[in-house]
Design a binder for this molecule. Structure first.
Ligand code: NAD
Ligand code: UDX
Length: 476
């Protein structure tokens, strides 16, 4: 089965880049990305895309208007497409049953209802959003309950594994593509159609097919395993700080075991991003609902350790600044949840800022890609601050890291942007209040050199003692 028209509902961090790569790799397919947000679609059709992702601009320039389209006409795109990706957001529920843990599936369900309402021919509906196990069953039930003559549906699970900041690279060269579907002949035919799409650029052996529930659960499992590695190394970082061991050395030693491998063992100020916490909580809720409390508690600990790490880091900042940060100026370098993205969802920086604002610190924030309005939205969100006017008083935003650090008591590195490694720290030191402290929450700076400039230096997972030269281990 070959396909001519694909549509994707949801033009976000997943739908956008995924369809751009799809269009560039499949010139024989017309790809239309639709969204209910007019603002977002307008940005996708403009020179300034709604998301920053290395390599994305070039692909959009190459395909937009040829076989790649962005539109708010959701119904038309559904009617015309043979295959429909659903890439809408599935955030943690903030209300009702499962509040704070379960995934909110209202957007997913509304897509299923819309497809059922407007489709006039058979469709393959592909669940790309991350969902709890058996979500495809709900989509199928909605579609089948509203079925029209001559319209048949097949629902597939095809979770996305891209990471932000490397999305284009990940999409062009995925470790694997997962496709789950029904074992029936019609199910197999739908699976084959989606395999055919991916095989335009992904080798056959990397396209793994399985049953729908395994595919849905594999996505939650993969994110839980990755988050668990970070929480494990972060737990080790606390032991390192208490003992004099160095977490980068421990990480290198542990990761050199080929059974363990070196990736995702970088201790940090805590993981952020829209996926890890949401998906682990989703898994915890699933385990609880399945009456598996021990499994739920096991995965909950991954989240608890992440909370502990963020809190622990702030406590150290406060302790090193003589147990009070009230009215002290603290320059925060980085607000995005990781480098090479402008995304701040669940960024550790938000929580570090909150805890420091709770203590009355004056924050001076710089990030190379995050919009000022986004930082203020994050810091005035109801779960972060009850008093937006106080946030206005405590927070200043800068477009230059040197200005942010001017007159500050401390610099806190929150995001591992490459540019922070090559700043002129002598200049920064000269313009700061003394004693000048630097807290490297990402272990990216040359601590020895900073010491020599006169900084008081603190980092994750290592006691820094003057004059001690530690070997640098490659971070992965
Ligand atoms: P996002 O919030 O960036 O984008 C979702 C988009 O869907 C929004 O633009 C929203 O307006 C649109 N939308 C919501 N309901 C709609 C509807 N009924 N009709 C049309 N458009 C609608 O979210 P995202 O980061 O792209 O994530 C999407 C899904 O992919 C989530 O389930 C997420 O867990 C999963 N995922 C995300 C990543 C990531 O790195 N961000 C990676 C893998 C998987
Ligand atoms: C993650 C998964 O990696 C991806 O496969 C999935 O599709 C979506 O969720 P993402 O959240 O975009 O991707 O970025 P990722 O690189 O996983 O980083 C998540 C967080 O963990 C960031 O805050 C990052 O700084 C942190 N991290 C990552 C660490 O603290 N240490 C590490 O070793 C790796």
């Amino acid at each position: 089965m070959t396909l001519k028209k694909i549509c994707c509902i949801g033009a976000g961090y997943v739908g956008g880049p995924t369809c751009c790569v799809l269009a560039s790799k499949c010139p024989d397919i017309t790809v239309t990305v639709v969204d209910i947000s007019e603002a977002r679609i307008k940005q996708w059709n403009s020179e300034k895309l709604p998301i920053f992702e290395p390599g994305l601009d070039d692909i959009v320039k190459q395909c937009r208007g040829k076989n790649l389209f962005f539109s708010t006409d959701v119904d038309k795109a559904i009617i015309e497409a043979e295959l429909i990706f659903i890439s809408v957001n599935t955030p943690t529920k903030t209300y009702g049953l499962g509040k704070g843990r379960a995934a909110d599936l209202k957007h997913l369900e509304s897509c299923a209802r819309r497809i059922a309402n407007v489709a006039q021919s058979s469709k393959i509906v592909v669940e790309k959003s991350t969902v709890p196990v058996r979500a495809a069953e709900s989509i199928t039930n909605i579609l089948k309950a509203n079925v029209k003559p001559n319209v048949k549906y097949q629902v597939l699970s095809n979770p996305e594994f891209l990471a932000e900041g490397t999305a284009i690279k990940d999409l062009c060269n995925p470790d694997r593509v997962l496709i789950g579907g029904e074992r029936s002949a019609a199910g197999q035919e739908a699976i084959e159609a989606l395999c055919w799409v991916y095989e335009h650029w992904v080798s056959k052996e990397k396209v793994i097919t399985m049953n729908t529930w395994s595919s849905e659960l594999s996505k939650l499992a993969a994110n839980a395993f990755l988050a668990q590695r970070i929480s494990s190394i972060n737990a080790m970082s606390a032991v390192c700080e208490a003992t004099g061991a160095d977490v980068s050395e421990v990480s290198y030693a542990v990761g050199s075991d080929t059974r363990i491998g070196p990736k995702f063992l970088q201790a940090s100020v805590g993981f952020g991003g829209s996926c890890f916490q949401k998906d682990v909580l989703n898994l915890v809720y699933l385990c609880d609902c399945l009456n598996l409390p021990e499994c739920a508690a096991y995965w909950q600990q991954v989240i608890d350790m992440n909370e502990y790490q963020k809190r622990r880091f702030v406590n150290r900042i406060i302790e090193c600044l003589f147990n009070t940060v009230a009215d002290k100026k603290i320059a925060m370098f980085g607000f995005a949840f990781k480098k090479d993205t402008g995304d701040t969802r669940e960024s550790a920086s938000i929580y570090l800022s909150k805890y420091l604002m709770d203590e009355g610190a004056q924050l001076r924030i710089y990030d190379p890609k995050v919009e000022d309005s986004q930082i203020m939205r994050d810091l005035t969100a109801p779960n972060i601050s009850e008093n937006p006017e106080r946030v206005d008083k405590l927070v200043s935003l800068f477009s230059d890291p040197y200005r942010a650090a001017e007159g500050a008591h401390a610099v806190v590195v929150c995001t591992e942007w490459d540019e922070f490694k090559t700043l002129d720290y002598q200049r920064i030191y000269n313009n700061m209040l003394k004693p000048a402290s630097i807290f490297d929450g990402r272990m990216i700076l040359d601590h020895e050199a900073l010491h020599d400039l006169g900084f008081h230096v603190e980092t994750i997972g290592k006691k820094i003692t003057r004059g001690k030269v530690t070997r640098q281990f490659p971070s992965v």
